[in-house]
Ligand binder design. Sequence first.
Ligand SMILES: Nc1ncnc2c1ncn2[C@@H]1O[C@H](COP(=O)(O)OP(=O)(O)OP(=O)(O)O)[C@@H](O)[C@H]1O
Ligand SMILES: [Mg+2]
Length: 588
Amino acid sequence: MTRAPPATRRPIRRLDAATVERIAAGEVVERPASVVKELVENALDAGASTVSVRIEEGGLARIEVADDGQGIPETELPLAVERHATSKLDPAGPVDRIESLGFRGEALAAIGSVSRLRIVSRTPDREEASSLTVEGGTVGRRAPAGRSIGTTVEVRDLFFNTPARRKFLRSAAAEQVEVVATIERLYLARPDVTYRVRGAERELAVYPAATSLRDAATRVLGPSLLRESFEVEGEIPGGRLAGTLGRPATAASSSRGLHFSVNGRTVASRPLTQAVRAAFGDYLPRSRFPVGVIAFEFASDRIDVNVHPTKREVRFVRERDLAERVRVLVRESLLSAPAVAEVVGSSTLPPTSRGRAAFPASRARDRPAPTPVGRQRSLSTPPDAPESRLVPAEGPHPKLELIGCVGAIYWVAESEDGMVLIDQHAASERVVYEALRRNGALSRQTLMSPVLLPLSGAQRAALQAHGSAVRAAGFDVDEFGPDTYRIRSVPAYRGRMARPEALGELLTELAEGGRPTIPDGLQERTAASIACHAAIRAGDLVERETFARVLEALHQLPEASYSCPHGRPIQVRLPRSRIDRWFLRSGT
Ligand SMILES: Nc1ncnc2c1ncn2[C@@H]1O[C@H](COP(=O)(O)OP(=O)(O)OP(=O)(O)O)[C@@H](O)[C@H]1O
Ligand SMILES: [Mg+2]
């Protein structure tokens, strides 16, 4: 298919400066949030300790960013809005060692070419401030103005002269959400500064300067993250990292709740996101992502920030080694963090943090990250106790006395302070999984008489590819005839419930997962698949003694034993006090 050539052809001509400017602006200024990002970064580069952001109509009508930084000398104001003019690169120094957030000398020029911009700034050596305006790229005159030391940049009518771009923007509410999200990212990268965000009528959020990244993370990701988080810290090639991550139960449905900063700059990095996710392995359900923040500090020659027009992405020297190191560090921290339990009780946790309540309702839809903790837990809240919330609690495993089983799925047990409900599949799955991880294989039971099982082509292929994993799971299999295999032993964990057919199901899942097993150990996902299939199932009729053994094994696990390898909770505690309240027995 060919398109007809245009009827008339114009000769090639150089674009005029204003058009070049506007096209270039499109790379830096995509939407109100990107303006806010540039202006706040300028404030941070100027050494501000407080940055105040005001937005009207999601920033489409007006954005104002005021700081208490060092200001711009009056005579340099026209240069500040000129393209390729910057105070941040040392002409004598190397271009690839950038310590400041800005370095291109482009942001203000770009913003000024697609809006009505006004800068008011005062340096410490002056008694009064000066202002300068730019309208759609046309620079106005300097004029005296009043303000304290620092800089205020006001941006009105964004994209007034590029209507096509304006059409791509979302609603004011959605843009406002994005602006707040942008400030949150900046705060997590530079938590030593106070940020205020105001809408036309009211304060939207305040992020006070924090003394630790953990405090800042708590403010942004919610106090429940703090209660169910672990720290990660360590050396990486060329630098150090430190961060706070949520345990698997806090995982979100997108990767937006996972933040990275590199030398105080907020960055997105797919390899790092994948590394963190891989570290959680099968502790995370399939479509969930970890939440938290990790700050990296590198020598500036180890990274290249100049790879993206908005500097959202950086390139690392030896990125693969870095990602692998990150995975190992996160994995180690996750496994060595103290275990946390899910408990039903009268919680002191507010459902949302105070800052959060001020956000527009659309936030929850647009930004899944901060809320899933509450959302996910409420799934496990008994429906007849809508007011109760599950809260995490630290502590040793309670001694349990098994009472009985409900519906061949849940076990009821008595504990010292009330009762506990246990999911038989999740509990057994965790025990099997940990045993696999520890020993590399499960104990097996030999069948009195071998069982013949037909296998499909895909299952046979999976058996070839994952033979050692299948043996580790406790199955002894050999070929018996065309398409038929003989099973001599099955996993021992299910007691009398072991079904040779479970092998077929396991092979099907391994075939679909498609990952090869690595020779010197079981891959996490394979281990979780094996655990799932070797474990007691929901609906299996299990004898009390069998399940008591599972429970005992569960309680001997040092860590992470409150959720199954897929991240579902294993048990829910109901304290006596809670039950008393249901029956209106107060004060007992
Ligand atoms: N809030 C501010 N306080 C002090 N100086 C500022 C402020 N904003 C801008 N400037 C000055 O104006 C110059 C131009 O700013 P601009 O954001 O356009 O470019 P840059 O920050 O140097 O580089 P980049 O385009 O990468 O952001 C800066 O180099 C800085 O000297
Ligand atoms: Mg800048």
